[in-house]
Design a binder for this molecule. Structure first.
Ligand SMILES: [Zn+2]
Length: 485
């Protein structure tokens, strides 16, 4: 809470104008608890008191929103938590712009705080269907009594929320449009306010024989076809395969889930670079160069001793790996260095014409793990305008931690560290769900808003959250699209 206050206070307070009003419907949680206010179309928050009060859009237009309409009783709810104070808002008064506020106005609204009220930006509500209820554990989270939680939830639902690493069961498992045993399915994505996901065709490492590499390629193709088939409407939910940054954003605007196909482990390529075009033809937008174990393209951060791997094999990228990067650039496929050795990562950054990413890693300074990025690696990510997508694997977040011992605060610590080190433009969020990722507060896609609540609590504002939740990754996607030939 204090972190949020600090964050809010750090923002310049400015007068209201029409731009502060967005058409939209207040979150269901707000409508349920706002009592006297019947489904307000615009949500207003008094920044000083953290109270949410309702404002009818028509009324706002009629008043030309010269000032701000807040409810009496705003002071009463300060410190109470929740937005129950909105119940006192049936009687509404017009408040002049902060720069014109009279002493009487200030008196009425708690001395000098008039000018600090602000409108929570609630853009057009993206859901065409009735929103599904949030998971009970999220609803019941005591943190949700914080007055700012409605803000965080509204913000969460307004943003493009892109999880950059999600595994699928193979052979195909439970129906993805039903609420099943997987950590990610379409129902949980909707419940958790997720708008997009990179679904990976992951191939496990095996002994590097031509036959095994061919089998790995066949599996990757079959998985990509399966991921493409997830673009459909079922059980009242529509998902669409999106293979460009614009398409991901358009899907969000249209209230459709966005599926971005990707491939994890260059083992599936073998040494036949024509396979990369086959991946691209099926929409693949990134290739993770390695998994655990060296392959023909590059060294991994986790050599597979059981497969005969030495500590290093190529000393980073192999010659064919360097050619693969040129081909990935040509095709518009992002180079993903999660799982690669540090030398591979540095050489890939050098070889690639476009920014590289790590789609699911954390930072070594907080948890020394071979899968995490050292400070100098983070600096490279920044220097090439790439992005590290902090991930939800407990052992990457806290040394030797079990998932139940890890919280969203631990996750946010890694985000904070990376942001402080290399800036808000180079950090993002991923889960690695169904591939080993999850922790206490983010057990499945349905819990995703917990991450936003924690980050907003720490003072990340809308612009920052937009970047973390997909804006940065979409920027890289776009650069890579434009550099493709
Ligand atoms: Zn992985």
């Amino acid at each position: 809470m204090q972190g949020v206050r600090r964050g809010l206070e750090a923002q310049a307070v400015r007068p209201f104008d029409k731009d502060d009003v967005r058409e939209g419907v207040a979150p269901a949680e707000f409508r349920q608890s706002s009592g006297a206010i019947e489904a307000p179309e615009v949500v207003v928050v008094n920044r000083a008191s953290d109270c949410v009060v309702g404002l009818d859009e028509g009324e706002a237009r009629a008043r030309d929103v010269q000032g701000l309409v807040v409810g009496r009783g705003a002071e009463e709810c300060a410190g109470e938590g929740g937005f129950a104070g909105a119940q006192g808002a049936g009687k509404q008064d017009r408040v002049p712009r902060p720069d014109r506020g009279s002493d009487a106005d200030r008196e009425a609204f708690g001395g000098g705080e008039v000018g600090q009220a602000h409108l929570a930006r609630v853009p057009p509500w993206p859901m065409r269907r009735k929103p599904l209820p949030l998971p009970a554990k999220f609803r019941d989270n005591p943190r949700m009594n914080d007055a700012l939680a409605p803000d965080a939830l509204a913000l969460h639902r307004a943003l493009v929320t892109l999880d950059t690493h999600i595994d699928i069961p193979w052979p195909p498992g439970p129906e993805p449009f039903r609420d099943g045993p997987r950590r990610v399915d379409m129902v949980k994505m909707v419940q958790g306010g997720m708008s997009a996901g990179c679904f990976v065709a992951y191939v496990p490492q095996a002994t590097r024989t031509p036959a095994n590499e061919d089998a790995a390629f066949a599996r990757a193709i079959a998985m990509l076809d399966h991921i493409n088939a997830m673009g459909r409407t079922e059980n009242g939910i529509t998902a669409r395969v999106t293979t460009s940054a614009d398409a991901v954003q358009a899907a969000k605007r249209e209230g459709v889930l966005a599926i971005v196909p990707c491939v994890e482990n260059g083992f599936a390529v073998g040494t036949d670079l024509s396979r990369l075009a086959e991946f691209r033809a099926r929409g693949a937008r990134y290739l993770t160069l390695t998994h655990n174990g060296h392959n023909a393209l590059a060294d991994s951060c986790n050599p597979r001793r059981d497969l005969g791997d030495r500590e290093t094999e190529h000393g980073g990228l192999s010659p064919v790996g360097t050619q693969a990067i040129a081909e990935l650039n040509r095709l518009g496929i992002i180079v993903d260095v999660a799982h690669t050795s540090r030398d591979t990562m540095a050489q890939a950054a050098e070889a690639s014409r476009t920014p590289i990413v790590s789609t699911h890693s954390c930072v070594s300074a907080l948890c020394d793990h071979s899968r995490n990025m050292t400070d100098w690696q983070l600096d490279i990510i920044r220097d090439v305008k790439g992005v590290i997508q902090i991930t939800a694997v407990s052992a990457f977040l806290k040394p030797n931690a079990k998932p139940d011992d890890v919280t969203s605060a631990d996750f946010a610590d890694h985000v904070d560290y990376a942001v402080n080190r290399i800036g808000i433009d180079h950090v993002g969020i991923s889960s690695d769900f169904d591939g080993g990722g999850w922790f206490r507060d983010w057990k499945n896609a349905g819990d995703t808003a917990n991450i936003t609540v924690e980050l907003v609590r720490r003072g990340y504002d809308r612009g920052a959250m937009e970047k973390l939740w997909g804006g940065n990754f979409l920027r890289v996607m776009r650069v890579v699209e434009e550099a493709a030939e």
